[in-house]
Design a protein around this ligand. Structure first.
Ligand code: 0GY
Length: 293
């Protein structure tokens, strides 16, 4: 792993908040293990191994029932570690893959059978090389008939430039980590208002109310500056929000969060049992397990 890599928390605390029955951790990753699933040559970082067994143990410890495993950029378009985790999850995990232009229909169908239900487009420059928009549009058109959606990861200052592309994607679009707002700016300010507008005008766009630890400048354990942004999304779009731990927290530099404390963030952003049920159960089940509900 990279010399400055922060490994995931070795002993997270037990959350005080009990997630509702059937809760889904809708954003997490597996890394490696490298000796079985090597990291991609084009990766921008080399993490510590974070294998499926650790993820599933954390899921149980935190009180969740299911996972959405999102392909991380360190594995590039090689989805073998992700697919392996899905196939060993006993139906309790579904996934979001990363695919290139050259993916075959047979590969897409095999991933679907394993539980993949989306593909991720990463626009964060420190993580991914540029892919032309027409290539991404082609991929979106190919995955749409499978009922998959597109997950987009970008930084808020790039939203104006990405707006036209996002709003022409023909599938459901899920925005990672609230679009990475600058949480030192006011939640009512123009930057976040643009993001709210994007969702208000496009009912196919969803958001993950995730990653206070990544966005916060005020820091752990309360992440007080990030909380209003997540709460605003949950209150405004209760049927189009997801939540996840982001375990094993790639590229955290300031600190490594205690996953139990992250779960305790939930009742501050979803303040009623009804909102918690939507955020943690109904919404992810509709998006990822519609064939079972
Ligand atoms: C996240 C965030 C990050 C990394 C990745 O694919 C990735 O490598 O998404 C990040 O560095 O902000 O969602 O895990």
């Amino acid at each position: 792993m990279d010399p400055d890599w922060l490994p995931f928390h070795p002993h997270p605390s037990k959350p005080r908040f009990t997630p509702p029955a059937g809760a889904v951790d809708a954003h997490c990753h597996v890394f490696g293990p490298e000796e079985i699933f090597p990291y991609a040559p084009e990766r921008k970082y080399t993490p510590c191994d974070a294998p499926k067994e650790k993820l599933f143990a954390l899921r149980d410890f935190l009180g969740f029932e299911r996972n959405i495993i999102v392909q991380a950029s360190c594995h590039g378009n090689d989805n073998r570690a992700l697919v392996d985790a899905l196939l060993h999850s006993q139906g309790k995990a579904r996934g979001v893959a990363s695919v290139g232009h050259n993916v075959t229909d047979a590969e897409l169908l095999a991933m679907h059978a394993a539980g993949v239900r989306g593909t991720r487009f990463n626009f964060v420059r420190r993580l991914a090389d540029f892919t032309p928009r027409n290539v991404l549009a082609d991929i979106a058109a190919r995955i749409a008939p499978l009922g998959w959606h597109v997950v987009v990861y970008f930084e808020m200052q790039d939203l104006p430039e990405l707006w036209d592309f996002f709003t022409t994607i023909p599938t459901t679009v899920v925005v990672d980590h609230m679009g990475r707002p600058d949480v030192t700016k006011p939640v009512d300010g123009p930057e976040f208002a643009q993001f709210i507008k994007l969702l208000a005008e496009h009912e196919n766009i969803w958001a993950k109310a995730t990653c206070p630890e990544r966005l916060s400048k005020s820091g752990p354990p309360d992440y007080n500056d990030a909380a209003p942004f997540a709460k605003r999304l949950v209150d405004t779009f209760p049927d189009r929000v997801l939540w996840g731990t982001d375990w094993p927290h790639p590229n955290m530099k300031s600190h490594m969060p205690d996953d139990g404390k992250l779960v305790d963030f939930l009742p501050r952003i979803a303040t009623t049992a009804a909102l918690q049920q939507k955020l943690l159960v109904e919404n992810p089940m509709r998006l990822y397990w519609s064939d079972e509900t």
